[in-house]
Design a protein around this ligand. Sequence first.
Ligand code: PMP
Length: 378
Amino acid sequence: MIYFDNAATTKPCEEAAKAVCEAMRDNWANPSSLHGLGLKAEQAVSSAREIIAKTLDTDSECIYFTSGATESNNLAIFSAAKTLGRHKKKIVTTKIEHPSVSQPIKYLEENGFEVVYVSPDKSGEINPADIISAVDENTCLVTCQLVNNETGYILPVAKAFKAIKRLYPNVMTHSDCVQGFMKLNITARSLNADLISLSGHKIYGPKGVGALYVKRGVRVLPVNYGGGQEKKIRSGTEAVPNISGFGAAVETFSNSIEKRFEKMSELKGYLGEQIESVEGVSLNRFSESSPYIASVTVNNIKSETLLHYLEMNGIYVSSGSACSKGKKSDVLKAFGYDDKAVDSTIRLSFSHENKMSEIDEFIRQIKNAKAELIKIKQ
Ligand code: PMP
């Protein structure tokens, strides 16, 4: 099997799987219980919190566990709307956000907020000046992802947020960093973000766990009300196994961010070189992009047809975003891909376990697919 769908989810590492099992078998108490068993569970949660905070170069008090980045994004957005939105009714975002950002924003837009959607320019890239100039005194929130999950394009978050914070210190800045965390060298401070969303299962941890970084002093209001866990921001008994697994994955890989980045850059570079030798196939390029994600357009073959062809030959890829199953991607359109390109673009997303020989096999299968599939009516 060749697995090139790591932006959809990663295979949990052994360390994460072990931590999850251990917590389920031996550390199953409620972290809120006052007895010793509860304390042990609470210590596991605290230890994971510290590991994640350290990787973002921040304090553990700034990390709040959630059920995943979808919840973190919703919490960040609705919180900003609640805390500042009574008097400031404007939100600035981009046209290329994940649905877990664009959908809550759409809800707010339908309920009285004015939303400015910044689009990529002709070259397919977001100009930080376009984000900055969209913000004014009436803005409560700017939310901008760090790495686009469909193309790998890296957005100019740090630059835009820095200028915005200088001009309007009270505007809330949020970044969905799901595809950048543990892959790019980022810290909470370097992004100038008040709020940062993270997910466990994109970085070799379990599914169903994520985190929201909240800068010290920034006020966050809950979406769910209940037992008051996570300093009242996220009620609900902490998912100790998932949180332990998340912490274990981060601990395992946090010292190799640069090394893995280099390895992935070589892999994507090699893919780019090899693709040039195949007519009608192109790697979609950006001035700044994550080496973990490659957007590949194969002219005249529908992405779903190609996806299944590759799957039959043991290669797992994604058509656009895994979250927009069966739906044409608005995000690729926003990047300026025409309808034909949207229909025939696949996403390859890598992990450190992928090898050059797997790229060779992918190229071989793409050549076969072109020979076999273009002949038949799709
Ligand atoms: N944001 C981005 C950029 C993503 O790629 C994803 C996962 N597809 C999410 C948010 C949602 O993450 P989760 O699955 O943890 O809810």
